[in-house]
Design a protein around this ligand. Structure first.
Ligand code: HEC
Length: 196
């Protein structure tokens, strides 16, 4: 056999073994995982909010994968127990994230259940967390002289809304917050080895 042929065959074999071990096997292992008991399906609004979360790049700064105690003190940080496959049953694709510029959000709905807090924080993170480096998302809101009946007015700490103006949440903001509030994996995990 030519050495070139050996090189190519060796390369292809390595690639095939790596794909089988890192892609095919994990896929076969978790593809039929049923939803964790206790996990609620997303509402239509939360699902639209999930799309917003993707579109605005929230996962570039936020993970959704609290880790086991042996790896990181995530539970002590208040981010919740290590997740199991069934926790992601309704997530396609799961928004695991790779960076933690901000806190893990897998259980933000438990930690921060207030709609007004979320809306205000999205409008201006620095209104609640001085020095926060999270970007503001003002385009999810409208500045008006007054709100129409049925609209959600956002109450912010003094100094963050221009004099005489009212901040009204657009439907996109309400959907995104309904998604954030639905992030709750505080029920027990099925696999006891990962419950820490
Ligand atoms: C450039 C990085 C960055 C991006 C992009 C970003 N965040 Fe953040 N986020 C942070 C940081 C840093 C904090 C911690 C300070 C704070 O609370 O403002 C944070 C905090 C939060 C918190 C409060 C977490 C807690 O434990 O109290 C929520 C909720 C949140 N972000 C949601 C979002 C959403 C939704 C988006 C997308 C629309 C987003 N973030 C985009 C960096 C980011």
């Amino acid at each position: 056999m030519h050495s070139e042929t050996r090189l190519v065959l060796g390369g292809l074999t390595t690639l095939a073994v790596a794909t089988a071990a890192l892609v095919v096997l994990p896929y076969l292992t978790v593809r039929d995982t049923p939803p964790a008991p206790g996990l609620k399906p997303y509402t239509a609004s939360a699902l639209r909010g999930r799309t917003q979360y993707i579109q605005h790049g929230c996962m570039y700064c936020h993970s959704q994968q609290p880790r086991a105690r042996d790896f990181a003190p995530d539970a002590k940080r208040g981010w919740g127990r290590a997740t199991v496959a069934g926790d992601y049953a309704y997530d396609d694709p799961p928004l695991l994230g790779t960076m933690r510029t901000g806190p893990d959000l897998m259980n933000i709905g438990v930690r921060q259940p207030g709609e007004q807090w979320h809306l205000g924080h999205l409008f201006q993170p620095r209104a609640y967390v001085p020095g926060s480096i999270m970007p503001a998302y003002p385009f999810l809101f409208e500045l008006r002289d007054k709100a129409e009946p049925g609209e959600t007015v956002v109450t912010l700490p003094p100094g963050f809304v221009p004099e005489g103006k009212t901040v009204v949440a657009r439907p996109e903001a309400l959907d995104l917050v309904s998604y954030l509030k639905s992030l709750d994996r505080s029920y027990p995990a099925i696999d006891p080895t990962t419950t820490n």
